[in-house]
Design a binder for this molecule. Structure first.
Ligand code: CAA
Length: 258
């Protein structure tokens, strides 16, 4: 089982990816990140999937990049092979909603992976930190960029410079996670949320995801312009007309994801 770095399944219109290196607390090595990227892109291309969930084990979502793998690398190794860029960033290409279901440790690259997801559902046991400073390293999978955007500079500096660990309630208060649920309900609640999301019109979901992501990467004026164009594009969608007509007819909409 541990030879397979991820386990992939589907439940209705939800694609589920479980990180599966329990003996290493799901430390993120190349084999795992290659497989994760391939699974994410395969679900993104599958018309039968409307949302994707990434989860780990009860003890760890992921304890970070694999320190044993990195320990002997030199600059040319990582520069020439485009470490992180070559496989971790596949998640940025995914247009469908991606949810993280986090129990236990989400440290370093594990926290950064959660930050790259669209919605983070945390179990009460979840613990978030960017402890790379303890290794004289740096949160290099988007942590120094996404964390301040998520929780603001003051909290992000504290986490990055002191390796401060947040529990689930703190992470919820600061805006690092979307919801906190009891551990025993984590997967069921996240899958139910993903199923609800996946029941909506896929092109509308993708337009909303793209628009919200614009808020991170552009000025308000540019973001509003982008949002307005996406709104106008809804009027070219069969699902939007179906959704509005179904409301007026007092019936459930039948979306075709077109
Ligand atoms: N890489 C490789 N192996 C790891 C690992 C990691 N990030 N995290 C844990 N493991 C391994 C341990 O070496 C140990 O293996 P052995 O049984 O073979 O010794 C096994 O997982 C269990 O770990 P512990 O015995 O340490 O478990 P614990 O409960 O005592 O402690 C922990 C848990 C606090 C998470 C501790 O394992 C820990 O501090 N891990 C490292 C966290 C870290 O520094 N992450 C950042 C990595 S750098 C990074 O992510 C860079 C980037 O931005 C891309």
């Amino acid at each position: 089982m541990t030879d397979t770095p991820i386990l992939v399944s589907t439940e209705g219109r939800v694609g589920l990816i479980r990180l599966n290196r329990p003996a290493q607390l799901n430390a993120l090595n190349d084999a795992l990140m290659d497989a994760l990227g391939a699974a994410l892109l395969a679900f993104d291309a599958d018309p039968g999937v409307g949302a994707i969930v990434i989860t780990g084990s009860d003890k760890a979502f992921a304890a970070g990049a694999d320190i044993a793998a990195m320990a002997d690398w030199d600059y040319m190794d990582v520069y020439q092979s485009a470490f992180i860029t070559r496989n971790w960033e596949a998640i940025r290409q995914v247009r469908k909603p991606v949810l993280a279901a986090v129990a236990g440790f989400a440290l370093g690259g594990g926290c950064e992976l959660a930050l790259a997801c669209d919605i983070v559902v945390a179990a009460e046991s979840a613990r978030f930190a960017l402890p790379e400073i303890k290794l004289a390293m740096l949160p290099g999978a988007g942590g120094t960029q996404r964390l301040p955007r998520a929780i603001g500079k003051a909290k992000a500096m504290d986490m990055c410079l002191s390796a401060r660990m947040l529990d689930a309630q703190e992470a919820d208060r600061y805006g690092l996670v979307s919801r906190v649920v009891p551990d025993a309900e984590l997967l069921d609640r996240t899958l139910a949320l993903a199923a609800q999301i996946a029941s909506f019109s896929l092109p509308a979901l993708m337009a909303i995801k793209e628009s919200v992501n614009r808020a991170w990467e552009s000025s308000l004026t540019e973001g509003i312009l982008f949002e307005r164009r996406e709104l106008y594009a809804r009027f070219a969608s069969a699902d939007a007309h179906e959704g509005m007509q179904a409301f007026l007819d007092k019936r459930k909409p039948a979306f075709q994801h077109r």
